[in-house]
Structure formats: C-alpha cells, structure tokens
Design a protein around this ligand. Structure first.
Ligand code: ADP
Ligand code: TYD
Length: 207
C-alpha cells in the first residue's frame, strides 16, 4: 500500500510522515518512509535547481516526473510487492499543485505523470502559507527553495484544496498541534489498512 503525505512547504509533512512510520512499526506493520524529491542523481539535480534562481517551470515539471518514475518503479513498487506500507513524503499531487500552479497547465502536468499509479491514500496537511513560511523561517537562507513565497504557496494551496474537494486527497488541519495532526493521520491510515486487510478491524477498534 502507498500512502502519500502532501502539503505546502512547512505544513509538517516530514514530521508527520516519520511519526506515522514509527507508529506503524510499533504496531507490527511492515512500514517504511520515503520522500520526493529523492536522493537519486535526478533528485539531487532537482534539489540543486530548487536553490537556484532559474525559473523554467516546464523543465522542473519534467524533472520531478522523471524522478518520480524512477522512485516508483525502482523503490516503491518492489516494496509494495513485499506487502510493505510505503509512506511517501510528497508524491504526484505535489507536481499537480506546484508545477500546475507555476506552468498554468494542470492537464499537461497530469499527463506527464500518467506512468505512475495514484497512491492508495493521499493525506493533505493543510496550513496557510503564513503558517508554513513562519515555521520554516528559522531555516538557513541557503536551504530555502524558490517556491517559498507567499504568492506561490497561496496558488499551490488553492490547487491542493481543489483536489481535496474532488475527493483525491483527505484533508487534515495542519495548524493543530503535532499530536492532534498525527492522531487524525493515524485514524485515516487505520481505516485504509483495515479496508486493505492489513490490520484487523478489532485491533484497530481498540485504539
Ligand atoms: P514540511 O516537511 O511540510 O516542510 P516539517 O515537518 O519539516 O514540514 O516541519 C517544519 C517545521 O515546523 C519544523 O520545525 C517542525 O518541527 C514544525 N512543525 C511541524 N508540525 C507542526 C505543528 N503541528 N505545530 C507547530 N510546529 C510544527
Ligand atoms: P521538500 O523537500 O518536501 O520541501 P519542504 O520540506 O519544504 O516541503 O520539497 C522541496 C520542494 O520541492 C518544495 O518546495 C516543493 C517542491 N516540489 C515540487 O514543486 N514538485 C514536486 O513534484 C515535488 C515532489 C516537490
């Protein structure tokens, strides 16, 4: 099973995804954490470009899609085949939201990502750009990405919210405490695991 954790910069995705994996493991579920952009050669190139000023959003979209293709078939799918629960810190909806907003062509971004399947569950951690940026403000300037701007993140958030209203992602309020957000994410995950037969309903009911 593939669970994607999505949201704008500073939403708390990494914090939540890592906690979720720790908790799943403690419950005896064979789970692992992964993230995009990845640490492959392509992923490293993307990370370098994210810290540059160049603004060819079409090229970025193609690079993210290529990195994802390699990530899915080289890493995620083999783990799913071994019945692992893979929690991905960002996946295809990041491209639709970010590169969709920046190129203005959501359909094209969807099309270049059509070679990877949708996740089984996608959770959108919602925060306002003000909150996201404030949480990241202590990071070093050199670590900031070119998307960390109020105006960009507002447009990205709008696209995420639209996808939530279309039923593609399940929204959780990311402005609550880390523990509250985690509780909501665990509930959504548990339901999905029970439905997939990876967790007993009565075991889940005890929590
Ligand atoms: P993302 O991966 O979405 O960019 P992180 O998980 O790296 O976000 O979190 C960014 C910063 O915000 C970190 O310093 C983290 O400790 C803090 N943070 C995460 N979630 C919350 C929360 N619910 N409330 C307050 N601070 C949070
Ligand atoms: P990430 O390392 O998850 O940053 P953060 O922890 O701040 O959320 O992602 C780096 C940047 O890459 C982030 O600004 C979002 C962007 N991104 C895209 O624009 N499209 C994509 O498909 C992905 C995976 C990431």
């Amino acid at each position: 099973m593939l669970i994607a954790i999505e949201g704008i910069d500073g939403a708390g995705k990494t914090t939540q995804a890592k906690r979720l994996v720790r908790w799943l493991k403690s419950e005896g579920v064979n789970a692992c954490y992964t993230s995009e952009p990845t640490n492959s050669a392509l992923g490293r190139l993307i990370k370098k470009k994210l810290r540059s000023k160049d603004l060819d959003h079409r090229l970025d979209a193609l690079l993210f899609a290529a990195d994802r293709l390699e990530h899915y078939y080289g890493c995620i799918e083999p783990r799913i085949r071994k019945r692992q629960v893979v929690v991905s810190d960002r996946y295809v909806y990041s491209s639709i939201a970010y590169q969709g907003a920046l190129t203005g062509d959501v359909d094209w971004v969807r099309a270049i990502n059509k070679w990877v399947p949708a996740p089984d569950v996608a959770i959108y951690v919602d925060v306002s750009p003000e909150v996201g940026l404030a949480r990241l403000s202590s990071r070093k300037i050199s670590e900031k990405t070119k998307y960390e701007r109020m105006e960009t993140l507002s447009r990205v958030r709008e696209l995420y919210l639209k996808m939530c209203s279309e039923g593609l992602l399940i929204i959780v309020d990311g402005e609550r405490s880390i523990e509250e957000v985690q509780g909501n994410i665990r509930r959504i995950t548990m339901d999905a695991l029970v439905r997939a037969g990876l967790l007993e309903a009565d075991t889940a009911g005890r929590r």
